[in-house]
Write a protein of this length. Structure first.
Length: 175
């Protein structure tokens, strides 16, 4: 180890000279010299102005947007119906996602595509409800849409169960 250190110091040329006289005082003067102060006032005002403009823009935008009526807004009973379907559909989706595997991937993806199509149709029903008004025909179509989604999910769960348990056929177990 000592050989390596001796070799290192002998190979490299280090500056061992003392600094010029007054070096310490010059260094202290440079440290003590006041830094020029920058005026930050214009930037503060610009940032405050930009914040005010953003808040005002969001407020105006939210006030001009028309609130859309949904199924739940029609009556408390319709709100109950919508809450039931939404919670049941979400629960079924979670169950399906837990059972996702290579064997079930195709079935699940096809079902999700169908659900997406039904969701697009539902959005059209909401537009009609807002444009035409509270009609029984639109309300029935919206409820039917939820029922179709639920049927798709139940069918997928049955297919997944058959894939997982091939012996299970029409609710019968063969031993």
């Amino acid at each position: 180890m000592e050989d390596k250190l001796e070799h290192f110091f002998s190979e490299n040329d280090f500056d061992f000279d003392q600094p010029n006289t007054g070096h310490e005082k010059r260094f202290e003067r440079k440290l003590n010299r006041q830094q020029p102060t920058h005026q930050k006032t214009p930037w503060k005002w610009l940032s405050v102005a930009a914040s005010v403009v953003l808040v005002l823009g969001f407020w105006l935008g939210s006030n001009h947007q028309k609130r859309q009526i949904e199924l739940a807004d029609i009556s408390p009973k319709m709100q109950e119906v919508q809450n039931y379907f939404v919670s049941t559909i979400n629960r079924e989706l979670k169950t399906i996602e837990k059972n996702r595997s290579l064997d079930t991937e195709t079935i699940i993806e096809e079902a999700l595509d169908e659900l997406e199509e039904l969701e697009d149709n539902y959005k059209l029903f909401i537009k009609e409800l807002n444009n035409i008004g509270n009609t029984t025909k639109i309300i029935n179509a919206m409820i039917k849409n939820y029922q179709q989604r639920l049927e798709i999910l139940e069918n997928v769960l049955q297919q997944i169960e058959q894939i997982k348990n091939p012996n299970l056929l029409n609710h019968e177990i063969y031993i």
